[in-house]
Design a protein around this ligand. Structure first.
Ligand code: DX5
Ligand code: ZN
Length: 247
């Protein structure tokens, strides 16, 4: 089984203290965050309302790492240039929320950002079939979008493994690098299995924000990722080994 790309941890601001967002992003990046995950909800595509491009622009000078904008909005196209101008580095959206998925992906890259597609727990990987060349990121939701603090849906492990196979096959044919991100219910006690299943980028909201010691949580998450790498290396391709890997 090929080694996975180096892991990225992307703390989700959804669980941060909204009265102290600047301080929160500085503290969490000092604790080792690789990206900042920025959840945009519109009370239309999802039943909650969060932050827009103005908040992203205000935080940009306080964030020295990539800003990973997760659009949970419908429609998506008008917000893409707005977030690009607000300093987003990566912009991803849900295919059900765009009339023209290929066009929205192209628009993100035209704006100079990396492009991602987000698949809900019940959304098929088949959405990836004809857009692999336009993707820099595939984000699999491991909860239904809209709220932080929900439990990881275990069927996501098999879906991650299937998405990892697609990415590996794509790259073996000469395709570009595509990151595989997971979002929802990621904790120190399940991140090893999630890594072993093939994820390389981990969103974590309630696991980090609100905890007393951000560096300690980041360290626990990284230890779990290392454990996941060990499980992959010791697993072969047999069904028993696959079960061990995903335990
Ligand atoms: C959910 C959001 C997530 C959320 C994750 O709709 O997209 O990014 O913040 O929060 P936790 O890690 O608490 O599940
Ligand atoms: Zn998110």
């Amino acid at each position: 089984m090929p080694d996975l790309p180096a892991a990225c941890i992307a703390p989700s601001l959804l669980s941060a203290d909204f009265a102290r967002l600047g301080e929160e992003v500085r503290t969490v990046t000092a604790a080792g965050a690789d990206w900042i995950h920025f959840d945009v909800m519109d009370n239309h595509y999802v039943p909650n309302l969060t932050m827009g491009p103005m908040v992203c622009a205000a935080l940009r000078p306080h964030i020295q790492v990539p800003i990973d904008v997760h659009l949970m909005v419908e429609p998506v196209d008008t917000l893409i240039p707005a977030f690009a101008q607000a300093g987003a580095d990566i912009i991803s959206f849900h295919p059900e929320a765009s009339r023209h998925v290929d066009r929205s992906l192209a628009l993100i890259r035209d704006q100079g950002c990396k492009a991602g597609l987000v698949l809900n727990p019940a959304t098929s990987l088949q959405w990836l079939d004809h857009v692999m060349d336009k993707l820099d990121l595939i984000l699999l939701m491991s909860v239904n979008p809209g709220f932080g603090g929900q439990s990881f849906l275990p069927h996501t492990l098999a879906k991650l493994a299937a998405a990892r196979r697609r990415i590996d096959e794509w790259q073996a044919q000469g395709g570009q690098a595509i990151r595989l991100e997971v979002d929802g219910g990621v904790k120190p006690d399940n991140i090893a299995a999630i890594r072993a299943a093939g994820a390389d980028t981990f969103v974590a909201g309630s696991a980090i924000f609100g905890q007393p010691d951000y560096p300690a949580v980041m360290q626990a998450l990284r230890a779990g990722i290392t454990e996941g790498d060990t499980r992959r290396r010791t697993a072969s391709h047999g069904p028993d080994d696959a079960a061990t890997m995903l335990r």
